[in-house]
Design a protein around this ligand. Structure first.
Ligand SMILES: [Zn+2]
Ligand SMILES: [Zn+2]
Length: 276
């Protein structure tokens, strides 16, 4: 049975981790909860840590790497990160972990998955995001939180995706009226911070193609956003283009249901194909 499924185990400033299952391969993108919490959330969706082929780490911020070292030591999980990220999160590692490095722009294979890493402009040492491609079906899932701004390179990397997990961090009006210090607001809204609902909607509208069947909004700010605002902004942008797929919001406290990309795509493909 060929299938690609994914679940966002949790997403927000308190932690980020996404589980992707393609063929017989299971990988995590980021491990930003404690080791214990990650194992608990994996259990909710029926996966044991020993089943993970690797954790693909995007960057060294705590909300993306918190449990990576523990997972690697306790369960032998392989960690894959850029050399810059490895240096930047040296404190998390004791030297006994199985750590491999990748380079943005150089695709590599983990089991049944081709990983296409690309550079982002986020304010970390050596940040990256990924397109994951199931080698058998060609189904393509983009996982891009902490984007900074959607550069031409990011748009190119995420073209033709069947599914997108994308950050929709803040509502522009709410951010500027929130109680943060001005410097924090400026950092969040800068080209090295996070994408607003409005920017995310414009971005997904631009990379939208006939295959796109599922958009999951992630990394929502608790202070400057609500799931309803993020969802309605994205819905408005995509419905005007004829998008027939799913728009869902990942939350901080619990895993989403499994999204079955194979099934979602078969539902929308014929309708959307006529638009292009
Ligand atoms: Zn970050
Ligand atoms: Zn983050």
């Amino acid at each position: 049975m060929i299938y690609v499924r994914f679940s966002v185990l949790g997403s927000g400033s308190g932690g980020n981790s996404t589980l992707v299952a393609a063929g017989s391969t299971r990988v995590l993108v980021d491990a930003g909860f404690s080791g214990r919490e990650l194992v608990k959330r994996l259990a909710v969706v029926g996966v044991a840590p020993e089943e993970l082929a690797a954790v693909l780490v995007t960057h060294e911020h705590g909300d993306h790497v918190r449990g990576a070292g523990v997972l690697a030591r306790a369960h032998g999980t392989r960690l894959l990160m850029t050399a810059g990220t490895r240096r930047a999160c040296a404190k998390l590692l004791r030297g006994t972990e199985d750590v491999g490095t990748y380079r943005p722009g150089r695709p590599f294979v983990v089991g049944d998955v081709r990983v296409e890493p690309f550079v982002t402009t986020h304010d970390a040492a050596d940040p990256a995001a990924f397109a994951l491609v199931d080698q058998t079906s060609g189904l393509r899932l983009g996982v891009a939180t902490d984007l900074g701004r959607p550069t031409v390179q990011v748009k190119y990397a995420l073209r033709g995706c069947d599914g997108l997990i994308v950050e929709s961090n803040y509502d522009e009006v709410r951010l500027w009226s929130a109680g943060y210090p001005a410097a924090v607001k400026a950092r969040i809204a800068s080209s090295h911070g996070h994408m607003s609902n409005q920017t995310a909607a414009g971005f997904v509208g631009e990379v939208f193609g006939p295959r796109l069947s599922a958009v999951v909004l992630a990394h929502l700010s608790e202070e400057s956003n609500t799931p309803a605002l993020a969802r309605s902004t994205m819905n408005a942008a995509l419905q005007s283009k004829g998008y027939q797929g799913l728009v869902e919001v990942a939350t901080a406290d619990e895993p989403t249901a499994w999204f079955d990309l194979t099934e979602l795509r078969s539902r929308v493909e014929s309708v959307q194909l006529s638009l292009f």
